[in-house]
Design a protein around this ligand. Structure first.
Ligand SMILES: Cc1cc2nc3c(=O)[nH]c(=O)nc-3n(C[C@H](O)[C@H](O)[C@H](O)COP(=O)(O)O)c2cc1C
Length: 430
């Protein structure tokens, strides 16, 4: 039975010093040319010193036209010396204290906000079913565009390796472009990139192959994949299991299991406006705090590669239990690391048994929305507000400050919105 402090050897031969990974969290810290900054260096040095075996960066974008937000780091053109030096400093900070630091590579697809692109792109011209006008109607990518996306992921992987990052992760979860292609509800194409699951998974498969070809056999390549989108007619657990079988012979070093999309934000343990479509799996006794452990157990039955599961871990007991029984190999931890960069050390050393509960105080009152607002809408807006609070804490940590647990959710939400719009407006194309 593995312990959270045990090292883990990946198929490529690289060794993680323990089983706890800092999950990918978008930092929003890039400059107006989408370059890494000193604030990345400060933040990742703190997280590396905080004890994680693996740090996944926030989603770094492969195409500056379709960002997840204005402050994303982008690698999408000839890298000048200045950009490479900044990436190298970021990588070096992440690798300090014996941690691995892997670049999470992503294309935001139709989830590109309207302040970045009025017309985002996707597999088909299906807009997000979200109120508020935050996302435009996407244009369907052409065959040539899709091949360009694959080349872009490969280029980012090659540049990341060159800059000193110790691995890469392909983001194919949470409703971003690669996950959109997998979804029969969002991908309505009738060419080789749509229709049957083999076709919907082609973009992911081709991307993995192109990335592996660039980085060679000894460099960790990971994928983040949804167990399900939890939406009617969306990517279902049965689809996920088949995609895992397709990936079995592709040399994947670590498959991270998550779930949900912007429309159905199960990745954060929240629900969207539509009813949640729950996959049927046998409930294990382990599911107490980990959102996706039962789905990861189902994936384990078909997967040949190591597994990571992310979402919900807050206590040492919950983490230890998830690792018992050999169902998963690595555990991803997100929000506790937005309020305490040293959380993993404290858990490993036995200084604390669990993360402090910061979320229950963060709901905005119903008075903000008006008494007639539907409850699902209130919950969703509260969810976005909570995210604003976490983003603001990351800014503080990147400035060398401690998180402010007393920060008001309302103020954080407003401040976050203003900063996002300012950053989007200030962008300069490289
Ligand atoms: C502030 C914040 C930013 C996030 N950014 C990303 C991201 O860039 N890429 C990603 O795959 N997931 C992202 N996530 C999701 C996390 O990786 C993780 O799946 C989720 O927070 C659940 O883990 P937790 O319960 O330990 O927080 C983000 C979550 C938070 C809270």
């Amino acid at each position: 039975m593995a312990l959270i402090s045990d090292p883990f050897t990946l198929p490529c031969g690289a060794v993680l010093k323990n089983r706890l990974a800092k999950a990918a969290m978008t930092e929003g810290l890039a400059d107006e040319r989408n370059r890494a900054t000193d604030r990345h260096v400060t933040l990742y040095r703190r997280w590396a010193e905080g004890g994680a075996g693996l740090l996944l960066t926030g989603n770094l974008q492969v195409d500056r036209r379709y960002l997840e937000r204005g402050g994303n780091v982008v690698i999408d053109g000839p890298q000048d010396n200045e950009q490479l030096a900044r990436l190298a400093a970021f990588a070096e900070a992440g690798r300090s204290n014996g941690a691995h630091v892997w670049v999470q590579m992503s294309h935001a697809g139709r989830q590109t906000p309207i302040n970045i692109a009025t017309e985002p792109v996707g597999p088909s011209a299906i807009p997000l079913a979200l109120p508020g006008g935050r996302f435009g109607k996407p244009r369907a990518l052409t065959d040539e565009d899709i091949r360009d996306v694959i080349r872009r992921f490969a280029f980012v992987a090659e540049t990341s390796k060159q800059a000193g990052f110790s691995g890469v992760q392909i983001h194919s979860a949470h409703g971003y472009l690669l996950s959109e292609f997998l979804s029969p509800r969002v991908n309505l194409r009738d060419d080789i990139w749509g229709g049957a699951l083999e076709n919907r998974a082609r973009l992911l498969l081709e991307t993995v192959r192109a990335v592996r070809a660039k980085v060679g056999p000894d460099f960790p390549v990971s994928i983040k994949l949804n167990s399900a989108d939890f939406q009617k007619g969306g990517f279902a657990l049965e689809d996920c299991l088949q995609v895992v079988e397709m990936l079995n012979n592709e040399g994947v070093d670590l498959l991270e299991i998550s779930g949900g999309t912007y429309e159905q934000p199960k990745l954060l343990g929240m629900a969207g406006i539509e009813p949640v479509e729950d996959p049927k799996v046998r409930a294990s006794t382990k599911a107490r705090e980990a959102y996706f452990i039962d789905y990861a157990i189902a994936v384990r039955a078909v997967a040949k590669m190591p597994l990571m599961v992310t979402g919900g871990f807050r206590s040492k007991a919950g983490m230890s239990e998830a690792l018992s029984g050999d169902d998963v190999d690595v555990l991803g931890i997100g929000r506790p690391l937005c309020v305490d960069a040293n959380f993993i050390n404290r858990i490993l050393d036995g200084e604390i048994e669990k993360a402090p509960d910061v979320e229950s105080g963060l709901a905005l009152g119903p008075w903000i929305f008006g008494p007639q607002s539907p409850i699902q809408m209130i919950k969703l807006i509260n969810g976005f507000a909570k995210m604003g609070w976490y983003y603001e804490q990351l800014y503080r940590m990147a400035d060398g400050l401690d998180a402010d647990l007393k920060m008001s959710a309302f103020k954080a939400f407003l401040s976050y919105q203003t900063t996002e719009d300012k950053k989007a407006k200030a962008l300069v194309s490289a």
